[in-house]
Design a protein around this ligand. Structure first.
Ligand SMILES: [Zn+2]
Length: 219
């Protein structure tokens, strides 16, 4: 890698490599980022002998740059969702499940999409969370170069640390286009990952969750 490119890969770019979001990209320079990323994309296209004189390609570098800003929004400073918790006044101590929450992410190894559904369950302790927050937490961690295993763990850990529930479990089922479009080309293969904390280590609790997952809505 030449020095000029290495210099350009200094933070914030280098910081985003781990995708953990603890070294977030500062906001406020979107146009500068789009310009610089577009220049890199134009370089890739030049290597592929694609001419920017072709009207279909002319705006592609900037379009891809803007798309990356959107798809990797979870890396941006301030992207972490604010999670308001409520006291569990009703004393609800059974399972809360959000099933089939859709998500789209980008494989950290190939920068092509993987997508599918997450099933998120927790058993409250002293606090509960607004149900609309669960998809936002998933999206925050999905919108970055990601591994399905890490995405699953990060959602579980976020809820575990912020909510201090009795337990939490996350199951993610996803299709990986890097598997389907290239390499072994296993079209339609589903990858399943799970992460759990607390009382979900108990087999009975886990089995209740999995049994509820197996039931599809009647409507
Ligand atoms: Zn991949």
């Amino acid at each position: 890698m030449d020095d000029a490119l290495t210099a350009q890969l200094d933070p914030p770019y280098a910081a985003s490599v781990n995708g953990d979001g603890d070294n977030s990209i500062p906001g406020g320079d979107d146009e500068g980022m789009v310009r610089r990323m577009a220049a890199h994309m134009a370089g890739i296209m030049a290597e592929l002998n694609l001419s920017l004189d072709d009207p279909n390609f002319a705006e592609t570098p900037a379009r891809v740059a803007r798309m990356y800003l959107e798809m990797f929004h979870g890396l941006r400073e301030g992207a972490e969702p604010k999670v308001t918790t409520f006291p569990n006044d009703g004393g609800y101590h059974h399972m809360v499940i959000e099933k089939e929450v859709p998500f789209y992410s980008m494989c950290a190894h190939h920068f092509v999409p993987f997508y599918g559904h997450a099933h998120i369950a927790y058993i409250p302790g002293d606090t509960i969370v607004g149900l609309s927050k669960l998809p936002r937490i998933l999206e925050f961690y999905a919108k970055r170069p990601q591994l399905q295993e890490r995405l699953t763990e990060q959602v579980a850990e976020f809820l575990w640390s912020k909510l201090e529930p009795q337990g939490v479990m996350v199951v993610i089922e996803a299709r990986h286009l890097c598997v389907e479009m290239r390499g072994v080309k296993k079209s339609g293969a589903l990858t399943t990952t799970s992460a759990l904390r607390g009382c979900f280590a108990d087999r009975k609790v886990r089995e209740e969750f999995l049994a509820l997952l197996a039931r599809r809505a009647a409507w």
